[in-house]
Design a protein around this ligand. Structure first.
Ligand code: S3P
Length: 426
């Protein structure tokens, strides 16, 4: 599917975006292994989170869409059953990597596969700790999906993450639910902590110290009523749109502002963005608030180290902002970008080239000079939702109408993206 995007004079209005993808996955998985029912409001409608729901249903949880909410009837820690067919994670790294932690603790063997993109992404990062815990996992060429997971009585481990990854951390913690004793994860670089927060919400015994998480195994999890905040990573596209297009003034309501995610706001403010945070509240242990963004001159800067890890999903759209900034943007320490849904250093560079924007792609990052002219172009999402959305935002500033090929990939996280972008740009 193609989408045409016209340049915008203004991005404005008040919008509310769909539920956070990361939090939705975690709530669905934990609700399925909790006792009793959970009611989840604002569950992400993105294809990734639907993959998780289908997998939990295939494992025996009751999954019931009800008046725009999802009700999940949990089966308890020991209550999942062997699926009748292989589990399909679709495009979703979070589904395959986090669910593998749960599957490792089961009394049955399961197989889980993904689409072409997911089938090229490395799984050895979860296979290693799960094998240490006692699970037997076979993978294509030793590291790619499909995975065959033979569950086993698991041993607790202490594991230090070799790559900053919330998916790997979560996988080990979810497996730790099935291990007798304390599972410990050390993370030298902090990653999003939605799993820790959700585990506590569902009643698990978890202790969080700086860079170290300790989980007590075999808890009794209880079903909960939960509300998913809107996705800050989806909001990032609209925030950058409002910063790129002059005379913009946009309010985004009910956005998740978890401090491990909201480094995005700190970074944007540090390079000149005008962002107000209105009405902060807490829901299920997560911070939620309204954001107001108005256009302002953007200086540009550098993203490196811990900041790169904290902004990893936002880098494609921040690179677009960098090309319009005064001094450009340098991105370092970002080799993880090469193993996302696409190699995002490559796919960003290829689309930049189409619009005549200069970029120096590096093995672990890129240098985007500032003050560049945005030429209208025919972009390709290369099947990657964040690339589709980043270049739709770039197109708002172009000198004519642009086309996004394979635009339907946006539905992986945000099916309403193009209609909402049109709604608030004029
Ligand atoms: C996610 C973690 C990140 C992120 C992904 C969602 C999560 O991946 O890129 O979009 O929900 O835990 P990594 O754990 O591979 O860094």
């Amino acid at each position: 599917m193609q989408e045409k995007i016209s340049p915008a004079r203004r991005v404005s209005g008040a919008i509310r975006l769909p539920g956070d993808k990361s939090i939705s996955h975690r709530y669905a998985m934990l609700a399925a292994i909790a006792n009793g029912s959970s009611r989840i409001r604002n569950y992400s409608g993105g294809a990734d989170c639907q993959s998780t729901l289908r997998a939990m249903a295939a494992l025996g949880a009751g999954v019931e869409p009800k008046n725009g909410e999802i009700v999940i009837h949990g089966r308890g820690l020991e209550g999942l059953s062997a699926p009748a067919a292989d589990l399909d994670a679709g495009n979703s790294g979070s589904t395959i990597r986090m669910l593998s932690g749960i599957l490792a603790g089961q009394k049955f063997t399961s197989r889980i596969f993904g689409d072409e993109s997911l089938s090229r992404r490395p799984m050895d990062r979860i296979m290693k700790p799960l094998a240490e815990m006692g699970a037997v996992i076979a993978a294509r060429e030793g590291r790619f999906p499909p995975l065959q997971i033979t569950g086993a009585p698991l041993r607790p481990i202490e594991y230090t993450l070799p790559v900053p990854s919330a998916q790997v951390k979560s996988c080990v913690l979810l497996a730790g639910l099935y291990a007798e004793g304390e599972t410990i994860v050390n993370e030298p670089i902090r990653s999003r902590d939605h799993t820790e927060i959700a585990l506590r919400e569902f009643g698990a015994g978890i202790r969080v110290e700086p860079r170290r998480i300790t989980l007590r195994g075999r808890p009794r999890l209880e079903g909960r009523d939960l509300a998913v905040p809107s996705d800050l990573s989806s909001a990032a596209f609209f925030m950058v749109a409002a910063l790129l297009v002059p005379d913009s003034d946009l309010v985004i309501q009910g956005v998740g502002l978890n401090p491990t995610r909201s480094k995005l706001l700190d970074f944007l403010v540090s390079i000149g963005a005008r962002i107000q945070i209105l009405d902060v509240a807490e829901a299920n242990g997560e911070l939620v608030g309204d954001l107001r963004i108005s256009s302002a001159p953007i200086r540009g800067g550098r993203i490196e180290g811990e900041m790169t890890a904290a902004l990893i999903d936002e880098i494609p759209v921040l690179a677009v902002l960098g090309a319009a900034s005064d001094n450009g943007l340098e991105i370092r320490d970002a080799s993880e970008l090469r193993v996302k849904e696409t190699d995002r250093i490559d796919t960003v560079a290829r689309n930049f080239e189409r619009m005549g924007i200069h970029v120096e792609a590096r093995p672990d990052g890129m240098l985007v000079p500032g003050r560049q002219h945005f030429r209208a172009a025919q972009f390709d999402s290369f099947g990657d939702h964040r690339i589709a959305m980043a270049f739709a935002v770039a197109a708002l500033r172009a000198d004519g109408e642009s086309i996004i090929d394979n635009a339907d990939s946006a539905a992986v996280s945000f099916p309403q993206f193009f209609s909402m972008l049109r709604e608030c740009s004029s």
